[in-house]
Design a protein around this ligand. Structure first.
Ligand code: FAD
Length: 329
């Protein structure tokens, strides 16, 4: 499908399962990979002309894409530029949003730049990680971010793109919180890149930490099946919920930290490990992961998520909230 005035890199009717780690979902009406600001603007100009909704993806590692796909333009950011400037205390990095976190951690380790070791094994782009404020091992990407460069979109009431403007957003304007940010909350920004500050580190120590993190993930996460990471956020409990749970579950005190309990532990306690719907299943290895066992459909995931939420509500009076994001529903 080619339309008049359509930039060369925009393609029609592209299956999104090829761009999601879950390996499911229908097609995008239009799809475009962009490597810099000019290409991004050209794609957005096309979206304005055609009155399209726009959805931006990175590695597609946190998405549940509808079996009906996305009726608009999906923009995949692939800018992997890296510019660094040494300072007295560390390094200021200007990074394209398409950089992959694990690659950054490995490359920086070789140059004795520390601070991103915890990201090793998270299959994310920098833009996606900033949008979701990705975190692991008690750390979050927001800790290293100084400023974000983005295109802010003005949307019509029907969510079609009307216009856009370039913006620099300082860290304290980014509204970072647990798996949240201004970008996630508003869905109005296309992150082009970010300035990070990282300190100098010990290369050997960093290498060991990266290897340990990769091994931990291999041991604990079902990487042998397509998945989209943690399905639910870890809920924060009230005193009443904590009391109830400690009476019901003998090991509750071992897993509850600062009133937060792992969603995977709750799902396991509810006896849902291995629960299957169609082509998807609650992982036997890590109960907060839903895996695609082959021919999984987004509809199967929606049914399984609904069943898990209902069981957890009935058994523990706790409402789970999705960490994965729905696209095209
Ligand atoms: C095996 C596995 C392990 C995981 N482990 C972790 C973990 O330890 N910690 C953790 O936090 N997450 C984890 N995740 C989830 C996921 O990797 C993160 O949420 C990640 O930040 C998503 O990055 P992405 O580039 O894939 O973004 P996508 O999944 O493509 O998109 C996620 C969100 O970011 C937005 N987005 C993407 N790029 C941009 C951009 N350039 N501008 C504006 N918005 C953008 C999208 O619109 C969407 O809202 C894991 C996932 C998997 C599959």
């Amino acid at each position: 499908m080619k339309t008049e005035n359509m930039p060369e890199n925009i393609k029609g009717n592209i299956p999104l399962k090829d761009y999601s780690t879950f390996k499911m979902g229908g097609a995008a009406k239009y799809f475009c990979t962009v490597k810099n600001e000019e290409e991004t603007k050209a794609a957005l100009d096309f979206a304005i002309t055609k009155q399209l909704r726009v959805f931006v993806i990175g590695r597609g590692s946190n998405l549940l894409i509808s079996d009906d796909g996305f009726d608009g333009l999906v923009l995949k950011i692939e800018d992997s530029s890296v510019k660094s400037e040494a300072t007295k205390d560390g390094v200021v990095l200007n990074l394209g949003a398409g950089n992959l976190l694990t690659k950054l951690a490995l490359d920086f380790q070789k140059e004795s730049i520390g601070g991103l070791e915890w990201t090793a094994g998270i299959p994310a782009t920098l833009g996606g990680a900033i949008c979701s404020n990705a975190g692991a091992n008690g750390k979050e990407i927001s800790e290293s971010v100084r400023e974000v460069r983005a295109l802010e979109m003005e949307l019509a009431p029907e969510k079609y793109l009307e216009s856009y403007a370039l913006r620099s957003i300082k860290k304290d304007e980014c509204a970072f919180a647990y798996r949240k940010s201004l970008f996630k909350d508003t869905k109005k920004f296309i992150i082009l890149g970010a300035t990070l500050f990282l300190s100098r580190g010990d290369s050997d120590k960093a290498k060991k930490e990266i290897e340990k993190n990769l091994e931990n993930r291999r041991q604990k996460q079902p990487i042998e099946y397509p998945n989209a990471g943690s399905t639910f956020k870890n809920p924060v409990l009230s005193e009443e919920q904590k009391d109830k749970l400690s009476q019901k579950c003998p090991h509750f005190a071992d897993v509850c930290k600062n009133s937060t309990v792992p969603a995977g532990w709750l799902i396991e306690q509810a006896g849902l490990k291995g629960k299957k719907i169609g082509g998807v299943m609650v992982s036997e290895k890590h109960a907060n992961f839903i895996v695609n066992t082959g021919e999984g459909k987004a509809e199967d995931v929606v049914i399984l998520i609904s069943l898990i939420k209902q069981k957890i509500r009935i058994k523990f009076s706790i409402q789970l909230h999705e960490e994965i994001e729905y696209v095209g529903f």
